[in-house]
Every structure is written in structure tokens, then in C-alpha cells.
Design a protein around this ligand. Structure first.
Ligand code: BES
Ligand code: MG
Ligand code: ZN
Length: 483
């Protein structure tokens, strides 16, 4: 979907979405114009018949073929960007029945930063409008162009279109990667897509294959991938702003399919495991957006891509892996593979001397037990960074909750023969996984984001649709733009 900024006389769509507050009887400037144009439809019809409650909607057809679709926003004094985003996400479903590919929506008339109102509206509509229909013979009608109607006085919403379209297309990009089957989205395929993207955006990229990775001692990572016929790949992409104020390493878990390995998962748990590369898809989406938004930072995105499969060549429980950091790990469970791949990447990230490190991963089932499918678990070793990230997430309407990591959790990971095991007690599983990762970073500013519960959801939640959510993509972009 493409968003464009329009005034009332330049908008062409016949689906016109207007937003109303419960306790406001006056019309916004845009509504006033439309009211005049369509012989008092708003004053005589909408204001009289529509309850204007939050999330309610009503369609008012006009004889000339246009449709006014009224959206309720509830009480004006209770307005939030979150409510706007959720309201906007309903737009697509309200025009779907027609074969109409454009919609127009007014920029809501409230005292607020116009740029944020604009982006929030566009992003909300786009979130509701996404569909992975590549494999459907019959495609659904979706909005191709969204016109956001601004007031004449709002004409200076600089970059509004630009930011919205960049963020939206990066979200769609990430979702496309996650929805695709593991049969297609192999490590090599992801690497190829990353290369194409990097080339298009003039980013440096290096893709390492098995032989190179052996020389670089990515032994924990390579162990996870050794049961698969798919060659593992490690990708490292760099964005350099004009005057970079800091260097950030952003790492995404890239398991293109997680069968569990020899500790094979039960059928029901394996069903969604093509999504175990969501961390990678997210960091690719983030750098794709950052390369276009061009903040003054240096961003290094990294992902270790492989399949976790059972076979005659698989790694086994009891194996002792000599990780890239030289620390040794006894494999306690082959299904705790993500942390093994991340361990080596965290060590690699230290080599570039980043000011901070962030990893994002579908890491533990335990985070779903703790926080469910709509709240992302975060943890780390620097409270300041955690607070900053919380703030960024809050602004984008993405829910996060901090989980603790304590030093003594290392007890859980004790091995009789190696420096540690890759799993510990089932209890506090997400924190224990976090504690495991912490062993492999030297960074004083390391944040770990566990999206196992939120990356792929089986029922819609607010503006988040069923399936791939691209969760944390906007929080990360927002965080990187601010810091
Ligand atoms: N990829 C899974 C975590 C996961 C679970 C992601 C559910 C999305 C939805 C991860 O590799 C895994 O298997 N973790 C194990 C760890 C355990 C063996 C310590 C888990 O959480 O069960
Ligand atoms: Mg696993
Ligand atoms: Zn996994």
C-alpha cells in the first residue's frame, strides 16, 4: 500500500473515512468541506445516527457513488495514538467488499504532532491491509493507495509520506519473509534476499559460508546446522550514516526451520517453526528502513542462518561445543538451538567494538507462558538501555515487559564436563536463556528481545493481524532514530 498526502480537492477516492469524537458536535475543517460538498450529509445524517464510540463504524452511501465511512474514536480527552492506530487498522476490512483499490482518510483533528498523527494513521491502515496471498489463486482486494486528507493549514507535514511508506514497506517485507515456507526460505534464499536488498540500498554486505565459518570458529552455530542438507549462512550488513554518533550491533535469530533436532518437537509445537527466523527477518526490515531514513548511526545487522534438523549428521545431546568465544558448551537439549547460534554471533559482534548490542529472537516457549502472545519479553545488562527501549516501544504501541536476569541463574546451566550446558531448569526458562546469552557478550550495553510469543499470532490483537506481526520492527526503528 502506498500512502499519499492530499487536500480535500485533490483526493480522488470514493471511500472517504472520517473520524468522530463522542462528545464533539463541531466538524473538523475537512469534514466541513465534505459536508458542504455533499449537501449536509454529515450534519444531517452522520451526527444524528452515529454513536461515535471507540471502534464503532457506520457507512453512509452518497447517491453520487461516494461512501462516507464514519469511524468512532470515543471521547476526545481520552484520545491516544494507540486508539488511532487501532481504528485505522479497521479501514481495510471496511472497504474490502468492493473492488476498490483506493481509500481516503482524514488526518484526525486533534492537537498533536501532525507528523506522528500522519504516520500512525498510515501504519494502522497498512497493518490491517496486509495479506500474504502469494499462494492463493484468488487474491483478496486490498487498498493499493491510501490518501490521507490534510487540512489546508497542515500542508507542512514534512516527510510524512516518506516515513510512512518506508516503515510500511519494511513491515510488509519482514512479514513476507516470515510467512514464506521453510522449503523456500532456506538460509541461502534469505542470504540472497539480503544481498539484493543491500545492493539496492547501497549497503555493505558480507555473506559467509560453511568453510569460512569453520575458519572463524563459529562452532556452536555450525553444530546446530550440521543435521540439515541446507548450507548455513552468516550475514553481516552495514549501514553507515554521514556522521555516526554510535555503533550498534543488531542480531536476529535465523533458524529457517526448527524441528527441535534429535530432541524433536511434538507435531503441534513444530507447526509454526518456519517462523523461527523472524529475528533475522526483523533486523533485515529494520536496516532496510534505516538505510532510507538515514540517521547518524552506524548499524551492523547480523544473522546466523541454518536449519535445525534431525538426521545422521545432527549434533547430539552430550556433545561438547567449543564456541567462538572458546567457552565450552555441553548440549543438553538440541531444541535449545537458538541460543547456541546467537552465542557465536554475540562473540563476533564484540569484534566490531559496538557501543551497544541488541538481539531479537524467537527464543523460548517459556516467554509465552510468562507473557502470552501480545507482550514481548525484554531483558539485558543495562537498565538505562532497557528503559530507553521500553519508551520507544511504548510510543509505537508495542507492549514489552522486562524479565530479570540474575548472576546466580548460571547455577542452572552447570555442566559436569564443560563450562556450561545450553539449558537449565524449565522454570524461568526465558531468563535462564538470557543468562546463557550473557556469557557470550562483553558489551556493557546488551539488550535481548524474546519474541517467541509475539512474532506470529493465531488470533488478531488490536492492529496486529493474525500470522506474522513484524513485532518490534517499529520499536527498533524508533529506538535507532532517537539514539
Ligand atoms: N524456537 C523455539 C522457541 C519457540 C517456541 C518459538 C514457541 C516460537 C514459539 C526454541 O528454539 C525452542 O525450541 N526453545 C525450547 C528451549 C528448551 C528446550 C529449553 C523451548 O522453549 O521449549
Ligand atoms: Mg528449538
Ligand atoms: Zn528455535
Amino acid at each position: 500500500m502506498y500512502t499519499t498526502m492530499k487536500t480535500i480537492d485533490s483526493a480522488v477516492s470514493k471511500n472517504i473515512f472520517l473520524m468522530f469524537f463522542e462528545n464533539e458536535d463541531g466538524l473538523s475543517p475537512v469534514q466541513n468541506e465534505i459536508n458542504k460538498k455533499f449537501s449536509n450529509v454529515i450534519l444531517d445524517n452522520v451526527m444524528k445516527n452515529f454513536d461515535r464510540k471507540f471502534l464503532s463504524s457506520m457507512v453512509f452511501p452518497i447517491s453520487s457513488g461516494e461512501k462516507i465511512i464514519a469511524l468512532g474514536l470515543g471521547k476526545k480527552e481520552e484520545f491516544t495514538l494507540d486508539k488511532l492506530r487501532e481504528t485505522a487498522s479497521k479501514v481495510s476490512s471496511l472497504v474490502k467488499s468492493d473492488t476498490i483499490d483506493t481509500a481516503a482518510i482524514e488526518l484526525v483533528d486533534v492537537e498533536f504532532d501532525k507528523k506522528r498523527l500522519f504516520a500512525t494513521t498510515s501504519i494502522g491502515v497498512n497493518m490491517g491491509n496486509y495479506k500474504f496471498d502469494k499462494y492463493k489463486t484468488k487474491k483478496q482486494d486490498l487498498i493499493k493507495t491510501l490518501e490521507i486528507i490534510i487540512n489546508y493549514n497542515d500542508i507542512l507535514i514534512q516527510d510524512g509520506e516518506n516515513i510512512s511508506n518506508i516503515v510500511n514497506s519494511s513491515m510488509d517485507f519482514t512479514k513476507d519473509l516470515v510467512f514464506e515456507s521453510a522449503e523456500v526460505m532456506t538460509p541461502s534464499k534469505v542470504a540472497e534476499i539480503a544481498k539484493d536488498m543491500a545492493e539496492e540500498l547501497n549497503l555493505e554486505i558480507k555473506v559467509y559460508d560453511r568453510e569460512e565459518l569453520k575458519k572463524m570458529n563459529f562452532n556452536a552455530f555450525l553444530a546446530v546446522g550440521q543435521g540439515s542438507i541446507q548450507e548455513p549462512k552468516f550475514i553481516h550488513i552495514v549501514y553507515k550514516g554521514k556522521n555516526p554518533k554510535k555503533k550498534i550491533a543488531l542480531i536476529g535469530k535465523g533458524i529457517t526451520f526448527d524441528s527441535g533436532g534429535l530432541d524433536i518437537k511434538p507435531a503441534s509445537s513444530m507447526l509454526t517453526m518456519k517462523t523461527d527466523m523472524t529475528g533475522c527477518a526483523t533486523v533485515l526490515g529494520v536496516i532496510r528502513a534505516i538505510a532510507q531514513l538515514k540517521p547518524d548511526i552506524e548499524l551492523h545487522c547480523m544473522s546466523a542462518l541454518c536449519e535445525n534438523m534431525p538426521s545422521g549428521s545432527s549434533y547430539k545431546v552430550g556433545d561438547v561445543l567449543i564456541s567462538k568465544s572458546k567457552k565450552t558448551i555441553e548440549v543438553d537439549n538440541t531444541d535449545a538451538e537458538g541460543r547456541l547460534t546467537l552465542a557465536d554471533v554475540l562473540t563476533y559482534a564484540d569484534e566490531i567494538n559496538p557501543d551497544e548490542v541488541i538481539d531479537i529472537a524467537t527464543l523460548t516457549g517459556a516467554v509465552i507462558v510468562a507473557l502470552g502472545n501480545n507482550i514481548t519479553g525484554i531483558m539485558g545488562n543495562n537498565q538505562e538501555q532497557i528503559e530507553e527501549f521500553k519508551k520507544s516501544a511504548n510510543e509505537t504501541g508495542e507492549k514489552v515487559w522486562q524479565l530479570p536476569i540474575y548472576e546466580d541463574m548460571q547455577e542452572n546451566l552447570k555442566s559436569d564436563i564443560a563450562d556450561m550446558k545450553n539449558t537449565g531448569s524449565r522454570y524461568a526458562g526465558s531468563s535462564v536463556a538470557g543468562r546463557f546469552l550473557q556469557n557470550f557478550t562483553k558489551s556493557k550495553k546488551w539488550l535481548h528481545i524474546d519474541i517467541a510469543g509475539t512474532a506470529y499470532i493465531d488470533k488478531p490483537y488490536k492492529e496486529f493481524q493474525k500470522g506474522a506481526t513484524a513485532v518490534m520492527l517499529r520499536s527498533l526503528i524508533n529506538y535507532l532514530l532517537k539514539n
